[in-house]
Design a protein around this ligand. Structure first.
Ligand code: FAD
Ligand code: NA7
Length: 538
């Protein structure tokens, strides 16, 4: 592709920002299906988004591989070479690179190019997008900035003095080898869980700094049999139909059985079966239908996991520190031997709620009890400024110069997770209040809808579509109403923006399930976009 612009403005029909699962499919849709002049940019040095950035040891999908991929092209699906139940990061990254090449997209993606600002001009109905490597002007601006992408790095005193390597899992350096090192890991969410389990066997010593113990169940990751792989391919249509018409889109039927509608023995059998099969989402949603909504049902599931932790972890003090309390209502975790890892002689655990991190010194981490934990590498597995984080890091100005930051000062909002009022022809993939599911099927639903909408605007000569404020407000209320019926709303996690100091806690997902979500998208399009105002054009 040509060298990045410096002086002149690159004119396009559409610019896609982000080259992860979302941006790649969007670019394919715009170029190869709609025939538009479209390009993508990404600040990364490679494509793949999440799977480019998160190269930490143990990085693995927690959606099963047979549904953690695209479904828009059956031939592509049949060629996916994955052979395990869950998929390792290098394989997902290779897959996404393969997709980019298969559809001839690589020459239309500018890497190492960060959007810094974007401004809508009502007179011309165009967006002018500023990057650190030139300017674009386009009619449609489509952002796939990632919902777990803006890293959250805590600000501990003395961090800058650390003489070892200080890294965040979401910006993992390619040259870091943890073999034989003294490694500290802050955080024990999905990522910390994976990185701790994978690193302990190779590190000289691993110190895990945990603030809130978490519930986790075995992933049960394993090689698939050739028959299973063939069956996924043979049942392509039926499987994806099931996924699109389910709630969490994870490739299984969500249970319709209430926890207390069966005997205690039957409950135990069902939980044990899920534990043996593996998978966090299966444990939460395939066992019973009310774990995420009924506190007593939730406690039954939580109690089962706590009992398992008691059985696995040998040292009583370590066991106490690992024991989660309260609701089991964050994104459900699964692991490849997480609790077992704490039986290893080279692993120690510090509960930083009881004994907080006081400072980082050149040699390691000092906790409140005065102990210096000597380290060569300190890993922040401390999560992300989720959903709107990357939007807050750029200056996006809509109609009348309104800043997106101001529009979202009360918390990020949208209509259908994709459009926000006052920002015409800006479509967000996985924007705020989008569906909470296994994400590729939701991404496909959104990209398909955005593609149809772009086509509609182009065909009808409507200059632009701008969602009506009332539609955005109503969607925000709908999302809040549904979220507040679940226990997720009561647990502090990134799902509600509750993991970032100072961030307003707010509903950031549509928890109504993919089936209902897709119906809403179809209705909006079929009725001719009644929630949008048309302006500009002829
Ligand atoms: P991303 O893949 O995050 O891509 C966004 C891209 O936008 C990035 O490459 C970034 O560099 C770029 N970008 C951001 N801002 C700018 C800017 N200003 N200028 C230029 N470029 C910019 N989801 C699941 O459903 N199942 C899973 O098993 C699963 N596992 C996960 C494991 C990890 C470790 C993480 C972090 C996330 C996981 N997710 C999972 C969520 C995952 O993010 C999505 O599944 C999916 O990859 C999102 O794709 P995306 O294209 O929307 O965003
Ligand atoms: P999470 O789930 O947000 O987990 C972050 C972890 O980091 C969690 O254990 C936090 O503890 C911990 N944390 C964050 N800040 C601090 C500070 N200041 N001190 C100590 N500990 C801290 O992020 P993940 O990357 O694990 O997972 C995000 C999603 O990505 C996941 O659901 C997958 O879909 C992929 P806390 O629990 O807040 O006390």
């Amino acid at each position: 592709m040509e060298a990045p612009d410096t002086g002149r403005i690159r004119q396009l029909d559409a610019l896609v920002v982000g080259a992860g699962f979302g941006g790649i499919y969007m670019l394919h849709k715009l170029r190869n299906e709609l025939g538009l002049d479209a390009e993508a940019i990404d600040k990364a040095r490679g494509v793949g988004g999440t799977w480019y950035w998160n190269k930490y040891p143990g990085a693995l999908s927690d959606s099963e591989g047979f549904v953690y991929q695209y479904s828009f092209d059956r031939e592509l699906y049949e060629q996916t070479p994955w052979t395990t139940k869950f998929v390792r990061q290098p394989e997902i990254l290779a897959y996404l690179n393969g997709v980019v090449d298969r559809y001839g997209l690589r020459e239309h993606i500018r890497l190492e190019t960060a959007m810094t600002e974007a401004e809508f001009d009502e007179a011309t109905g165009t967006w002018t997008v500023g990057t650190d490597r030139g300017t674009f002007r386009c009619r449609f601006l489509i952002t796939g900035l990632g919902l777990l992408s803006a890293t959250n790095v805590p600000d501990f005193p003395g961090m800058e003095t650390f003489e070892g390597r200080l890294v965040h899992t979401g910006a993992w350096p390619e040259d870091l080898d943890l073999t034989g090192k003294r490694v500290g890991v802050i955080g024990n969410g999905s990522t910390g869980n994976q990185v701790i389990t994978a690193t302990a066997p190779i590190a000289a010593h691993l110190t895990s700094f945990q603030r809130t113990p978490q519930y986790s169940v075995p992933a049960g990751n394993r090689e698939l049999t050739p028959e299973e792989i063939q069956s996924y391919r043979d049942n392509f249509e039926a499987n994806w139909e099931q996924v699109r018409n389910s709630s969490v889109a994870m490739g299984f039927e969500e249970s319709t059985v209430e926890t207390f509608s069966v005997s205690a023995e039957e409950r135990e059998r069902i939980f044990q079966k899920a534990w043996d099969t593996g998978g966090g989402f299966r444990f939460m949603f395939e066992t019973f239908c009310d774990i995420a909504t009924n506190p007593a049902a939730n406690e039954e599931a939580a109690r089962f996991i706590r009992r398992k932790i008691s059985e696995i972890v040998k040292d009583p003090e370590t066991r106490r520190k690992l024991m989660p309390e309260g609701l089991y209502a964050r994104r459900p975790l699964c692991d490849s031997g997480f609790y077992e890892t704490f039986n290893r002689p080279n692993v120690s655990l510090v509960n930083v709620k009881e004994n907080p991190i006081k400072e980082i010194t050149p040699k390691g981490v000092v906790t409140a009890d005065g102990v210096l934990h000597k380290l060569d590498v300190l890993i922040c597995a401390t999560g992300f400024d989720a959903v709107d984080g990357n939007y807050m890091r750029v200056d996006i100005r809509g109609r009348g110069g309104e800043k997106l930051k101001d529009h979202w000062s009360g918390g990020p909002t949208s209509y259908l997770g994709m459009a926000t009022s006052g920002f015409p022809n800006l479509f967000m993939i996985l924007g705020p209040n989008g569906p909470f599911t296994n994400l590729p099927p939701s991404i496909e639903a959104q990209v398909d809808w955005i593609g149809d909408t772009v086509r509609h605007v182009s065909d009808t000569d409507a200059g632009w579509l701008d969602v009506a404020p009332a539609a955005e407000a109503a969607w925000t209320d709908t999302c809040a109403e549904i979220a507040n019926q679940t226990l997720f709303a009561q647990a502090a996690s990134w799902i509600f923006g509750a993991n970032i100091p100072g961030k307003k806690r707010t509903v950031m997902f549509y928890l109504g399930g993919l089936k209902n979500y897709r119906q809403l998208l179809a209705t909006e399009a079929a009725k001719g976009y009644p929630s949008f105002v048309r302006e500009g054009g002829q």
